[in-house]
Design a protein around this ligand. Structure first.
Ligand SMILES: [Mn+2]
Length: 400
């Protein structure tokens, strides 16, 4: 019943979009596999309807960036804006920044911070009690939305399934749940997907879904500031070929050699409970996922203390491809834990990251992002760096 209601909502929303008669569409999408496939699906669907569409890929929809986009004086009132794979958690901010009342559609599967505005249309599976972490990804929604925009968009369903796969929305045996399962059945019958122990998806040629995910994630994140997103979108829309794969592989190897150099010349700042580093400038052309990957490389190495929490800082790049420069003056912070602390967290003998990082971040007026017990990320102003380290140390000390 809920699935039926959600499918009807998707259909009605697509209809409502067309009734707004936009003359152009601006698509804002995330830069991981789910976000990139979402972007590619929407761009294709709008172009097929003769609607000019352009896109920006964002690592995160920071308010100053949204303000720049939504309050751009050259945006005409016949522009429609779509958010894909983010936005649900900041509906009040989006409403506030939408000063010219552009129609905005949000196609997303993340948690919702509600806001009512006649200009805002939310298409989120969570509003219909459909699980956004196992049954339906943003690309799943975009693919179904595209189908409602025109009957000729069935070929985009396999990109929807690829997005769901990218967000790890599959079971150990490789099977899918919920709306993803119905996308799988449809694409399997259409022949654009095959499954024989491993999932293969045709994007130009037939590739292992795991390879596509790796290429796309690396193009979108490691290649974020060096044209990777454009290569990813082109590959998704026109078919992946040797050139796309070579571009992705080149990014993978440049990241891994920079990572090796980082580990070899490692100097961690240590306190009683913390071992921390600032991401070196070798990584400045890479997106802010880098710092989390470096924390994980450290966690899995023998270079760290098993007794201290791992904290990484990375300067948020001031450049956003296609949009220009901003002055964020901020660090993205990632935290991970060594195996020994992980065990203590499980036994309830050490505080989890979800307990300490958000608290320390709020004390320095930072922005709390995704915080899980063993992996967490937030953002703070660079000027509050020292103060933050003290707060974090205090938070841990008060709970051990
Ligand atoms: Mn997603």
């Amino acid at each position: 019943m809920t699935t039926e209601a959600f499918l009807t909502h998707i259909k009605n929303s697509a209809q409502a979009l067309l009734e707004r008669s936009p003359r152009q569409v601006l698509v804002l999408h995330h830069n991981d596999t789910d976000g990139l496939t979402s972007g590619a699906i929407l761009l294709s669907a709008f172009e097929r309807r003769g609607l000019p569409a352009r896109s920006y890929s964002l690592e995160k929809p920071y308010p100053p960036v949204l303000q720049h986009i939504l309050q751009d004086p050259t945006l005409t009132p016949d522009t429609l804006v779509i958010f894909a794979d983010f936005g649900s958690g900041m509906l009040p901010t989006i409403t506030e920044l939408n000063t010219t009342q552009l129609p905005i559609f949000i196609l997303d599967h993340h948690s919702i911070e509600p806001s009512t505005s006649p200009d805002l249309t939310l298409v989120n599976c969570r509003s219909f009690d459909i699980c956004g972490s196992s049954e339906c990804s943003a690309a799943t929604i975009c693919a179904l939305f595209a189908q409602s925009l025109g009957p000729f968009n069935e070929d985009l369903l396999s990109l929807g399934l690829l997005g769901a796969y990218g967000d790890s929305q599959y079971n150990i045996d490789g099977s899918f749940e919920g709306l993803n399962a119905s996308l799988f059945q449809q694409t399997l019958s259409a022949g654009s997907v095959s499954f024989d122990d491993t999932l293969r998806i045709t994007v130009g040629n037939s590739y292992l879904a795991s390879s596509l995910k790796q290429w796309l994630d690396h193009l979108g994140s490691i290649g974020y500031l060096s044209g990777g997103v454009d290569i990813a979108l082109k590959g998704l829309r026109d078919g992946f070929d040797e050139a796309h794969i070579a571009a992705a592989d080149k990014l993978t190897s440049s990241f891994s050699s920079a990572k090796d150099a980082f580990l070899q010349s490692l100097s961690l700042h240590t306190r009683k409970h913390i071992q921390s580093f600032i991401t070196p400038s070798d990584f400045s052309e890479m997106g802010v996922k880098t710092v989390g990957l470096l924390c994980e490389a450290l966690r899995d190495s023998s270079l760290i203390s098993q007794e201290k929490y791992i904290v990484g800082f990375q300067e948020i790049p001031d450049r956003i491809p296609g949009l220009g420069t901003f002055s964020f003056d901020s660090y993205k912070i990632s935290m991970r834990v060594p195996e020994k602390i992980l065990k203590l967290i499980h036994e309830g003998k050490a505080p989890s990251l979800a307990e300490v990082l958000p608290a320390a971040t709020r004390k320095v007026d930072g922005f709390v992002d995704a915080c899980h017990p063993h992996a967490a990320a937030t953002t703070i102003k660079k000027a509050r760096y020292e103060e933050f380290l003290c707060c974090l140390e205090e938070e841990i000390e008060s709970l051990v």
